[in-house]
Structures are given as structure tokens and as C-alpha cells.
Design a protein around this ligand. Sequence first.
Ligand SMILES: Cc1cc2nc3c(=O)[nH]c(=O)nc-3n(C[C@H](O)[C@H](O)[C@H](O)COP(=O)(O)OP(=O)(O)OC[C@H]3O[C@@H](n4cnc5c(N)ncnc54)[C@H](O)[C@@H]3O)c2cc1C
Length: 390
Amino acid sequence: MSTSPDEDAITPEEEAQLLDSIGKWLARDVKPYARQLDHDDTWPADMVAQMRDLGLFGATIRREYGGLGLGASTYSKIVMAVSEVWMSLSGIFNSHLIMASAVQRFGTEEQKRRFLPRFADGTLRGGLALTEPDCGTDLQAIRTKAVRDGDDYVVNGTKTWISNGIHGHCVALLLKTDTTVEPRHKGLSMFIAEKGEGFTVSRKLEKLGYKGIDSAELVFRDYRVPAANLIGGVEGKGFAHTAGGLELGRINVASRGVGVATAALKASTSYSQLRRTMGKPIHQHQAIAIKLADMATRVEAARLLVEQAATAYDSGRRCDMEAGMAKLFATEAALENATEAMRIHGAYGYSKELDVERYYRDAPLLCIGEGTNEIQRIIIARQLIERNSV
Ligand SMILES: Cc1cc2nc3c(=O)[nH]c(=O)nc-3n(C[C@H](O)[C@H](O)[C@H](O)COP(=O)(O)OP(=O)(O)OC[C@H]3O[C@@H](n4cnc5c(N)ncnc54)[C@H](O)[C@@H]3O)c2cc1C
């Protein structure tokens, strides 16, 4: 196995066992309940407890800090499996692990010892708080400010669309510590901010899909975060810390895309053999057969792109282009497969009695989160030119 700095060794047998346990858990404890929880937009407390027992909150945290120490390759397979059953569940540990990854990769040793064991066992859970009401893509334009005051920084501002914002205990918080410096990214710093006085959840955000997981607006009013929680202990590195998590974040979202695209394909493969029109199962109509072929091809291509990006990540190679391609292709595949699944299912695709309508509501988020697909195309093109300059 590879030796990336984020990975401890795991044998193929251990990986198979882990994926088998997760598969059994998904079949027994998640699949029978996911549809209702999604429709009710209920945070899945029991499943979160089970995910803690399975070690998912520590999946990519090194073993010396209490995690499973998995590399991106194994981790992406877990995310695919979970997302095939209920994508929202993956968000509960994915965003948490991006926060953990910032501490693991860029934190001081003291910060790693203080936070990572509690992140790994899920006693301290959270997410990533970057986006603000008037900026998402252009993170250098954030306005939430942190001003040093003794041993603390005093924080004022608003973050929005924060996954795990309500049920989480803390966030990796991107703040402006210098409003005048040029280039603007040198004025950004990232902190681990635990909930406390001055840190409030102002509202739960209602969404088209991605139900069950909480998305929230967070308001900071004279909130004091200890200077000891400034990741890496040095101001001005927040943009680099954010960018450093993007490759894993994109592999992660791409894996969710493979999961949703696969679920849509499986539902369609099965339904098209059961549903009959004009005296034969609908898969025997060429119009439907072509859809199935395209859906299956998209799933396989997306899976291979994710595998390629994860392997590159685990080997420690720069993989922004590979992760960008995987994210772009796999998330568009999820959206296309979800749409085609709905067409194949006819009226039943539109019904809340099946899961197809959920795939159709969940998939578009994947094209927006972790860098929109418009931005992925820009990154891919830029890298293409850089790697092939004449
Ligand atoms: C359900 C959900 C969960 C989320 N979870 C989190 C979270 O946990 N933490 C967090 O910080 N954020 C989260 N987000 C926010 C998400 O990361 C942002 O929505 C995303 O980064 C896009 O930002 P925006 O919505 O402000 O769009 P904008 O940046 O305003 O972009 C609007 C449009 O313009 C395009 N565009 C922007 N700039 C360019 C450019 N330079 N070139 C070409 N096109 C461009 C975009 O692609 C998009 O089509 C979440 C969002 C959703 C919907």
C-alpha cells in the first residue's frame, strides 16, 4: 500500500473486512430508514452513533491519534458505498474529516494531540466554515474578521451553508486577520472554533435535497477564540490550509457522485426488467436500453477517475487536475443518471414511494459544493496548459 503522509498501512484483507462491515451496517441499519428520515428532514441520531462505533469520524485520521488511518483510496470506497444508500450520511463525516485534515496536515503537534483524538472518536464533531452570505467561490473576499486581543482573537461576522452547523460542536473557521494586506489571501487564517458565547446558530437552511444533515447560518458576535486554536500557530496561512484540503474534498464529493450515479443505475436496471409495455419489459425497447448503457458507462468511467485521483493523492503526488476531473465527471454523471432514472421510472420516478426522486434532488448539490463544476473546468484547463506548456 502507499505511504502518503495521511495514511497508515491497511492490507487488502483489512480493507475488504472494513467494507464488508460497512455494507452490512448500511443494509441493516440505514437502507430501511433512510427514505423516511429524508422525507422528514430528521437528523439521524442513531446512525451517527453507529458511525462513531464504526470509526467513520476518524476514517482518515492517523492511528497514532486514534483514527483508522485510511488513505483516500479506501476512504473513497466507503463514501461511494454510503452515498449509494443515503448521500446525506456521508456529509456528516466527510465535512468533519476535512476539518480534521486541516489540523492533521497543518496543525501544531499540540493542536493535533488536543483535537484529533476527540475528532476521531466523534466526541467533538464539526465541519468547515468558509462560505459567507455574499461570497462562496471567491473566498478571498470573506469579511468575517478576527482581531487579536491578548490570548484570544475576537471574531465578528456571518458564515452560511455550514454543514453540521447545528449538530456539530465546532468548525474549522476561515477568518480575515488582516484586511489590508495584498495579495488578499495573505490576510486569511483558519481556526478551530468550538461553540460558546458569541457563536450562535442563527437559522437552519431549508434545501431541495441533502435532507437530514443540517445546513446552517452561523453568527459570530464578539466571539472569543483562543489564539492557541489558530491552525499552525501562524497568521496568513488560511487560504493555503483551505486549498490543502481541496484535493481530498474533491475526491470525497466525486465519490458521493459515484454512489448516487450507481444507485440510480441499479434502480433503473431492476425496474426496466419488471416494468412491461407493449408486451415486453421496457429494457427491450431500444430507447431505454441506450439510456441504461450510457448510465452504466458513466458509472464505470466516474469510478475509474476517482480511483486514479485517490491513487495519486495516496502516493503524495500533486493531483488537483485528477481530483478536479473526477469531481467534474462523477458529479455530472450523478445528475445525468438521476435524471435518466426518473425518465425510466415514468410516474414512479416522481413518486415519494421510491428513492429515485431523492437522487434527483440530491445530485445537483454535488455540482455546486467543494468548488462548482464551472470552477473545476477552469482548474483542469489551467493545469492542462501548465503541464503541456510549449
Ligand atoms: C447544501 C450545501 C452545503 C454546503 N456546505 C458548505 C459547508 O459545509 N461549508 C462551506 O463553507 N460552504 C458550504 N456550502 C457552500 C458552497 O461551498 C458554495 O455554495 C459554493 O462554494 C459556491 O459558492 P456560491 O454559492 O457563493 O456561488 P458563487 O460563488 O456566487 O457562484 C455563482 C455562480 O458563478 C460561477 N462562478 C463564480 N466565480 C466564477 C469564476 N471565477 N469563473 C467562472 N464561473 C464562476 C459559479 O460557478 C456559480 O455558477 C454548501 C452549499 C450547499 C448548497
